[in-house]
Design a protein around this ligand. Structure first.
Ligand code: SF4
Length: 615
C-alpha cells in the first residue's frame, strides 16, 4: 500500500516505455524516492560512468507518502550521477508533479540511454509514449510547459522540463516543474539535456491507497495540528518564507558575502523578507504578491513576487511583468550577498531567469561571486568578459550574466561551467567556494561550525539540505547547541543526515522537521505502509541510505580527501560578528564523525558497518 508497486522504464535509445514491478524487497529496505532510487541507480550503473554519457541513468522518483493527504506529501526527486559533481545526485522538488506521477500509477520513472533526437515523455495513466520535441527544443521551461499543455489541450497536465541552459551544457542546469518549482542542485537538468529529453508531461487519475485509512487520517490530522501550532511552520514560514533567515543569519555572522570574503552583508536588509513585504515598487506595492503552497502542504512557505515595472531589467519587456516564484532565502543569498548586490528587483529578475531557463540560482550566484573576485584581482579582464565590468555589487553584471548563462552565450558559457572549473581554468582553484564541485549554500561555516562538517561530508557536494544543523545551532530546534563550538557536532551532523535521508525518501517536505520529530513522522509512514515502521527502524534506514550513497561515491573515485573545505574557511578567520577571529574547525570534527559513522580513519565504511545496515 501507498507504493504504486510499479515503475516505468524508458529506454531513450530504443524509444521504448515499459512498466515493470517495483522491487519490494528494496522498497522495504530503502522506503522510496531518494533511498530507493539510489539503490536502483547503484545497482544499474557503473559509478565511474561519465555523467553525460548514455550509460548514466536518470530516475524521477516519488516516496510512498507522495500523493496522499499527509501535509506536504507532493514531493519527488531526481536521482542520477550529477553533472556538476560526478557524485551521487538527488534533487528534490515540490509543486504538483510528484503527486501526478504517483497518481499515474508509478513510484518512479527510470530513463536510460540517449534519444537520437529531442523528445518528451507523455504519460497518461497506463499509456506512455515518447513524442518528438523539435518544436520545444531551444525554448525556455516556461514556453515548453505552456506549449505542451496547449498541444495536448489539457491545462491539468503537469510538466517538468529543462530550459535552454540544460540543452547548452550549463553544469548546474535544473529541472523545473509547475513553472517555478525545481529539482535544483548538482546538474540533474544537464544530465536530462544530455539525453535529449526536453520534458516529462504527466496526467494521472488513479489515486493512492494506504494500508490503514482510518489510522492514516487520524495521524496525518494530528501532524497537521502540530505544524499549525508551531511558531516556525505555523507562522514564520507562511508569513515570511525561508527569507525570514536573511537578517537572522546576518546577525549571527554567518552570511557568506562577496565570495565568502566576509561573513556579514551591509545590504542584507535590502534583500530580506522584510524588504520584499515593504511597499517599494513604483506602484506603491511590495515586490511580494502572495505566499503559495505545493500539493497538499499546510505550511505554504513559497514566495511569489513581481518586479517593479520601471526597473531597468523589465521596463521594456512586459513578458516579465507577471508574478513568478521567489525569492527564497538561498536564491536571495546567492544572487545577493554572494555577489554583493542589494538591488532587490535585480535579484528578483535574475531569479526569474533561473526559473525560466532552468538554472540552479545557488550555483549560478556563487559562480558569479567567484568571477567577480577574479575580475577584481585582475585575473579576468574586460577582454574575457566581453567588456562587462564584473565588480562586486554590480546589479547590471548579475542580470546580464543571468541572461547570458541561461542561453549559454558569451561569457555566460564560462559562468555555466560552475565555480570549480572556472577558477581552475584561471589558475585560482582556491577561490571556488565549493565541496565536491558544488557551491556552498547560504551559511558560513566559520559562524556555524556544524555546517562545515555537513558540507564537507555531504554526499552530493556542499548542501544545506543533507543535514540542516542550522536548526539546532541557530534556531534551537530540536535543542540549542552553540554554533561557535565544534564539540559534539559530529553526532549532531550524523543525526541530522540520517533523519533527513528518511524524510527525503518518504514523499514529505524537509521543512516539516522544523516542527515534526521522527515521533511525528513514523506513525504516518506506519499507517500508510504494510509492515512495522517505527523511529528506530526508520533511523536505521536513514543510516543505510547514507552509507549506500557514500559507497556509490567511493566507487566513483571519491576518497576521504574530498571531505574538505576551501582554505579560506579553514585559514582566514571571520572578520566581524560573533565568529570574529574564528575559522572552521573541521580537523577536529571529521575524525570524530568517521568514528560515530563506523567508518575507518580514511572515511571508508567498515565491512561491519555495511553488514550491520545490510547496505
Ligand atoms: S513547506 Fe514550502 S517547499 Fe515544503 S511543501 Fe510546503 S510550500 Fe512546498
Amino acid at each position: 500500500m501507498a507504493w504504486a508497486r510499479r515503475i516505468l522504464r524508458v529506454n531513450l535509445t530504443n524509444g521504448t516505455c515499459t512498466p515493470e514491478p517495483l522491487n519490494m524487497d528494496w522498497a522495504h529496505r530503502y522506503l522510496g524516492q531518494r533511498g530507493l532510487a539510489t539503490k536502483y541507480l547503484a545497482e544499474e550503473i557503473d559509478p565511474k560512468v561519465d555523467p553525460l554519457s548514455p550509460e548514466n541513468k536518470m530516475i524521477m522518483a516519488t516516496g510512498p507518502l507522495t500523493g496522499t493527504c499527509a501535509s506536504t506529501a507532493g514531493r519527488y526527486s531526481v536521482i542520477t550521477k550529477g553533472a556538476l559533481t560526478g557524485a551521487i545526485a538527488c534533487s528534490n522538488s515540490g509543486g504538483f508533479f510528484g503527486n501526478e506521477l504517483k497518481n499515474a500509477g508509478y513510484d518512479m520513472i527510470i530513463f536510460e540511454g540517449r534519444s537520437p533526437k529531442p523528445v518528451y515523455l507523455y504519460v497518461e495513466n497506463d499509456d506512455a509514449e515518447l513524442i518528438d520535441a523539435a518544436e520545444f527544443w531551444g525554448t525556455s521551461c516556461w514556453d515548453t510547459e505552456e506549449g505542451i499543455k496547449k498541444k495536448h489541450q489539457d491545462p491539468l497536465i503537469r510538466v517538468a522540463s529543462i530550459g535552454i541552459s540544460g540543452e547548452t551544457g550549463c553544469k548546474y542546469a535544473c529541472i523545473v516543474n509547475d513553472m517555478d518549482r525545481a529539482a535544483g542542485r548538482s546538474g540533474v537538468g544537464t544530465v536530462m539535456g544530455s539525453k535529449n529529453l526536453k520534458a516529462v508531461a504527466l496526467r494521472g487519475t488513479k489515486g493512492v491507497e494506504v494500508d490503514d485509512m482510518a489510522r492514516f487520517l487520524s495521524v496525518t490530522a494530528a501532524g497537521k495540528k502540530v505544524l499549525a501550532e508551531n511558531a516556525v511552520t505555523g507562522e514564520g514560514l507562511p508569513a515570511f518564507g525561508t527569507q525570514v533567515l536573511m537578517n537572522v543569519i546576518n546577525e549571527v555572522g554567518a552570511l557568506p558575502t562577496r565570495n565568502h570574503r566576509d561573513v556579514q552583508f551591509d545590504g542584507a536588509h535590502n534583500i530580506s523578507a522584510e524588504a520584499m513585504a515593504e511597499p517599494r515598487r513604483s506602484d506603491g506595492k511590495p515586490n511580494l504578491v502572495t505566499n503559495a503552497a505545493c500539493f497538499g502542504c499546510t505550511i505554504g512557505c513559497q514566495r511569489v513576487s513581481k518586479i517593479d515595472r520601471t526597473h531597468y531589467t523589465v521596463k521594456d519587456r512586459p513578458q516579465y511583468h507577471g508574478a513568478s516564484g521567489g525569492l527564497e532565502y538561498e536564491a536571495a543569498w546567492a544572487l545577493g550577498a554572494a555577489t554583493g548586490v542589494d538591488d532587490l528587483d535585480a535579484l528578483t529578475f535574475a531569479n526569474f531567469i533561473c526559473n525560466e531557463q532552468g538554472m540552479d540560482p545557488i550555483s549560478f550566484g556563487a559562480t558569479v561571486g567567484a568571477a567577480m573576485e577574479l575580475y577584481e584581482m585582475g585575473v579576468l579582464t574586460d577582454a574575457d568578459t566581453d567588456g562587462l565590468a564584473l565588480n562586486f555589487g554590480s546589479a547590471e553584471a548579475l542580470t546580464t550574466l543571468a541572461e547570458l548563462t541561461g542561453k549559454g552565450e558569451g561569457f555566460g558559457k564560462e559562468i555555466g561551467m560552475g565555480s570549480k572549473l572556472l577558477c581552475e581554468k584561471h589558475g585560482h582553484p582556491e577561490l571556488s567556494m565549493a565541496v565536491k564541485g558544488q557551491e556552498f549554500p547560504a551559511y558560513d561555516s566559520r559562524g556555524i561550525q556544524g555546517m562545515g562538517l555537513t558540507y564537507a561530508t555531504s554526499n552530493r557536494g556542499a548542501c544545506h539540505l543533507r543535514g540542516y544543523t542550522v536548526s539546532s545551532e541557530v534556531l534551537g530546534v530540536p535543542e540549542k547547541t552553540d554554533p561557535l563550538v565544534a564539540d559534539g557536532k559530529a553526532g549532531l551532523v550524523k543525526a541530522f543526515q540520517d533523519a533527513t535521508a528518511v524524510v527525503d525518501s518518504s514523499g514529505l517536505c524537509v521543512f516539516t522537521t522544523f516542527a515534526w520529530s521522527m515521533e511525528d513522522i513514523a506513525p504516518q509512514i506506519d499507517a500508510a505502509l504494510e509492515g512495522e515502521w517505527n523511529v528506530d527502524n526508520l533511523l536505521e534506514l536513514g543510516e543505510r541510505i547514507w552509507n549506500l550513497e557514500r559507497k556509490f561515491n567511493l566507487d566513483a573515485g571519491f576518497t576521504g580527501k574530498d571531505d574538505n573545505l576551501p582554505a579560506r574557511l579553514l585559514k582566514d578567520a571571520a572578520k566581524t560578528g560573533p565568529a570574529k577571529g574564528l575559522t572552521n574547525q573541521l580537523e577536529k570534527m571529521l575524525p570524530e564523525y568517521y568514528s560515530v559513522r563506523g567508518w575507518t580513519t580514511d572515511g571508508i565504511p567498515t565491512n561491519e558497518t555495511l553488514s550491520r545496515l545490510a547496505v
